[in-house]
Design a protein around this ligand. Structure first.
Ligand code: 3HC
Length: 289
């Protein structure tokens, strides 16, 4: 059986990751329908698309006509049925809750065309936990983007034991089409490649702070000025979200029962205070706009 090229994309979850993923696809020529259960999130996503494209034009990175075409290719329907019924691929970018994801995938399985690939952008939930909720597990995989999705080139394609070779190949071609660099993970593993490495860095940075060696400004300076990273670990935590990192640690701790996987005291403190980073206006740093 041959499959059509992926042209129609549905993104479910229009938060920061979802709407930027949708824009990447629209910029690359795909027709994108980005949906969300929350009207305010959808409105913010649409506003972001307008202001992002305007900024690209004023920076001279896109001409007005091209920006207009991109804008015409992305829409923000509130109903999942109209967003997904014609999709060649769905990219799920909702909150990190397994039960919600299973329910959503079961619903998508009924709405989407037979050939449609169902992928999840989850940071740590592997698709074999979700695929049994569908009738086509061979078309389910992880497709993991990085924040900010419009800028970061890498995507991780994770092949579960249920994912067919053909799905992997189609997702790889799609990733290249949207100007990303895909890497293949042939096994499902907690945290995939990038977040495992990132967790080691973040854990050590939090530990150094927790035992009073240095404050977080200085740890960030060390990592930027000595290791050449574009931002230090605390600024990065603010970017990805303190809440997400807290959840990642808690989920890992629930799985392993290993106290070393518990979130650090500083991370717990920030989480409880709702100082979640850029999204809440304050994290380790302040974000006034
Ligand atoms: N959204 C969209 N675009 C953004 C952006 C954002 N939040 N922040 C910056 N940009 C764009 C700018 O518009 C600019 O685009 P242009 O060059 O085409 O005009 C470009 O990025 C560079 O921006 P700046 O000059 O303002 O700032 P920097 O050069 O400092 O780059 C950065 C900002 C790209 C965020 C850079 O600091 C960086 O790469 N940081 C590390 C990010 C990172 O490690 N991400 C991975 C996180 S892990 C993850 O996401 C996994 C998940 O599961 C948790």
């Amino acid at each position: 059986m041959s499959f059509p090229e992926i042209k129609e994309v549905c993104v479910v979850g229009a938060g920061n990751m979802g709407h930027q993923i949708g824009l990447c696809c629209a910029l690359a020529g795909c027709t994108v329908r980005c949906t969300d259960v929350d009207d305010a999130t959808l409105a913010r996503a649409e506003k972001f698309a307008d202001s992002y494209l305007e900024a690209r034009v004023s920076k001279g990175k896109l001409d007005v006509d091209a920006a207009g075409s991109v804008r015409n290719r992305i829409s923000f329907p509130p109903e999942i049925e109209s967003a997904a019924s014609n999709a060649d691929i769905v990219i799920e970018a909702i909150i990190e809750n397994l039960e919600l994801k299973k329910r959503l995938f079961a619903q998508l399985d009924k709405i989407c065309p037979e050939h449609c690939i169902l992928s999840t952008n989850s940071s740590y939930i592997v698709s074999s936990k979700i695929a049994p909720a569908t009738g086509k597990p061979e078309r389910v995989c992880n497709l993991h983007f990085f924040n900010p999705a419009l800028v970061m080139r890498l995507v991780e394609v994770v092949q579960g034991p249920h994912t067919s070779e053909e799905t992997v190949q189609r997702v790889f071609s799609f990733a290249k089409k949207i100007n990303k660099t895909p890497i293949l993970l042939k096994k499902e593993i907690y945290g995939f490649v990038v977040n495992r490495i990132l967790k080691a860095i973040l854990d050590e940075a939090l530990h150094l702070h927790d035992i009073g060696v240095a404050d977080y400004h200085d740890i960030d300076t060390a990592v930027v000025d000595a290791l050449g990273h574009p931002m230090g670990p605390f600024r990065l935590l603010d970017l990805v979200g303190v809440d997400l990192q807290y959840q990642v640690c808690m989920e890992r701790y629930r799985d392993t029962g290993d106290l070393r996987d518990m979130p650090s005291p500083l991370l717990v403190e920030k989480f409880v205070r709702k100082e979640w980073g850029r999204k809440s206006g304050v994290g380790f740093y302040r974000y006034d706009d």
